[in-house]
Write a protein that binds this ligand. Structure first.
Ligand SMILES: *[C@@H]1O[C@H](CO)[C@@H](O)[C@H](O)[C@H]1NC(C)=O
Ligand SMILES: *[C@@H]1O[C@H](CO)[C@@H](O)[C@H](O)[C@H]1NC(C)=O
Ligand SMILES: *[C@@H]1O[C@H](CO)[C@@H](O)[C@H](O)[C@H]1NC(C)=O
Ligand SMILES: *[C@@H]1O[C@H](CO)[C@@H](O)[C@H](O)[C@H]1NC(C)=O
Ligand SMILES: *[C@@H]1O[C@H](CO)[C@@H](O)[C@H](O)[C@H]1NC(C)=O
Ligand SMILES: *[C@@H]1O[C@H](CO)[C@@H](O)[C@H](O)[C@H]1NC(C)=O
Length: 432
């Protein structure tokens, strides 16, 4: 074995909750025997050039086929270090033969830098129906960066059709580690229709004023653990949407951005559910919201069993907020027929507008705020705007101690229709 032909990669991540894993492997630079022995499929062996100019899309798809169909011998798609690969929108589709496949991103991946027809490709890179997928980036040492070049989509002309950068759908057992990702057109990462996901060491970055550039969007996922990551973007750091439960977020640095959000839930009257969410040990800096639960007033369903613990706010505009009466742009939302209380009045009349106070709404209950501290950029440290009919139930504030970022200013809580208890909280809904 030639010494010069060998360098060693040791990626060992242990104690990443009980779902931790450890991967060790060696990568040969000069010959393919080592690649074969260790199950590496190099994109450059399938025609990828990586010169920052050539379109490498087809080569990546061919290499993916080899990994996905390769069975237990070929389980890692390797994007080699020191190269820049240009990719058009593409989809890595499963199911794959092996119960686990790895996408090892050591080189950089760059998006087209022009807009495309989203009808054909709603995401730059899609991963679909791949169980046991592990995506590993280069981490902070450089390499393994995705540049989505989203700025071409950020103008108002594209307000309705910005694509997600990376979309993982139906990927049970997904792991994502140490990925750096810049400037998504829209969400940097969308997770949908999957169980048992673990994410750590992410760094997602976009300008604070870039539109819709959420960090991670979660919908219809059960069992997601996100930890030790830095998300600085123009929209929600993490948004937890309908169909999601057992979601843990720990050790996140968020900001600038819109904070950590449950919702919006119940758009156009939809039935939406989120439960069992734990957000712990996070720092939010210069965010427009801190920790938020937001539901449309005409929705149905619930957001419940949610806890926020040990959260540090630095200059957050609205550190703690529940909005249960959300109306998009001041308009009472139309309710899709399938969610309407009314009978179909014929094919033309499929939508009905409803007012608040009609018994609709997304129930919000069992929410705990423990040890939330730091500074608020506005005078409203806490805003609970709950619906008069439904109310918000069992909202517990325990050691909520947020002070004004401005010397001499006093912060307050604005509370409507909220029921719960207040323990050792200088900021609470109890009138002084
Ligand atoms: C694994 O990949 C190698 C190319 O690196 C290829 O020669 C071999 O046929 C693949 N194995 C399978 C089972 O597809
Ligand atoms: C996997 O590799 C081993 C050892 O090189 C070989 O004996 C076996 O046939 C390969 N299996 C497949 C499916 O390619
Ligand atoms: C979760 O995914 C990991 C990695 O794919 C797997 O080893 C584990 O068995 C899965 N756990 C459950 C409960 O599905
Ligand atoms: C807060 O974020 C905004 C928007 O990105 C930015 O313009 C401003 O400089 C930031 N302020 C601080 C103190 O970082
Ligand atoms: C979330 O955290 C709780 C408490 O530490 C733990 O019991 C649970 O297994 C975690 N869930 C996930 C999906 O990581
Ligand atoms: C909180 O998160 C930070 C950042 O990831 C980490 O360094 C620290 O160990 C965590 N603290 C606890 C008590 O988990």
């Amino acid at each position: 074995m030639k010494k010069s032909s060998l360098f060693f990669v040791l990626l060992c991540l242990f104690q990443i909750s009980k779902l931790g894993f450890c991967l060790a492997g060696s990568v040969h630079t000069a010959n393919n025997n080592g690649d074969k022995r260790h199950g590496f499929i190099r994109v450059t062996n399938f025609g990828a050039v990586g010169d920052g100019k050539t379109d490498d899309t087809q080569a990546f798809l061919k290499a993916w086929e080899a990994v996905c169909n390769g069975g237990s011998n070929n389980t890692t798609l390797l994007v080699p270090l020191g190269k820049i690969f240009m990719l058009k929108p593409l989809k890595f589709a499963g199911p794959c033969k092996s119960s686990s496949v790895t996408f090892l991103v050591r080189g950089n991946l760059v998006a087209p830098g022009y807009t495309w027809d989203m009808g054909n490709s709603p995401a730059w890179i899609s991963f679909d129906r791949i169980n046991g997928l592990v995506v590993i980036g280069g981490g902070v040492k450089g390499g393994g960066t995705l540049d989505s070049r989203g700025s071409v989509w950020w103008g108002s002309g594209h307000a309705q059709d910005r694509p997600t950068a990376m979309h993982f759908n139906n990927c049970n057992g997904l792991r994502i580690y140490n990925l750096q990702h810049l400037n998504s057109p829209r969400n940097h990462i969308s997770l949908s229709g999957s169980k048992n996901i673990s994410v750590s060491g992410l760094k997602l970055t976009a300008p604070g004023d870039s539109p819709n550039t959420d960090g991670i969007d979660i919908s219809n996922c059960i069992g997601v653990d996100i930890r030790d990551s830095v998300i600085s973007t123009g929209d929600d750091c993490i948004a937890i949407n309908t169909g999601s439960s057992y979601i843990n977020i720990t050790g996140l640095f968020c900001g600038p951005g819109h904070g950590i959000s449950v919702g919006s839930l119940g758009k156009a009257g939809a039935f939406a559910t989120v439960e069992e969410v734990r957000v712990k040990n996070c720092t939010l800096t210069n965010t427009t919201n801190g920790v938020r639960i937001k539901t449309y007033q005409n929705g149905l369903g619930y957001a419940r069993k949610i806890s926020f613990e040990d959260i540090k706010m630095v200059d957050s505009q609205n550190p703690i907020i529940i909005e249960q009466n959300y109306i998009n742009r001041g308009k009472i939302e139309e309710v899709g027929f399938e969610y309407s209380n009314y009978q179909n009045r014929g094919s033309k009349n499929r939508f009905y507008k409803t007012e608040s106070g009609n018994g609709r709404g997304v129930k919000v209950s069992d929410v705990r705020y423990s040890r939330i501290y730091g500074t608020s950029a506005s005078d409203d440290a806490v805003t609970f705007n709950c619906n008069a009919d439904l109310g918000c139930d069992n909202i517990v504030m325990d050691h909520v101690n947020i002070v004004s970022a401005k010397a001499g200013q006093v912060v307050s809580a604005s509370c409507n229709n909220v029921h719960g208890s207040y323990l050792n909280s200088p900021v609470s809904c109890i009138k002084k």
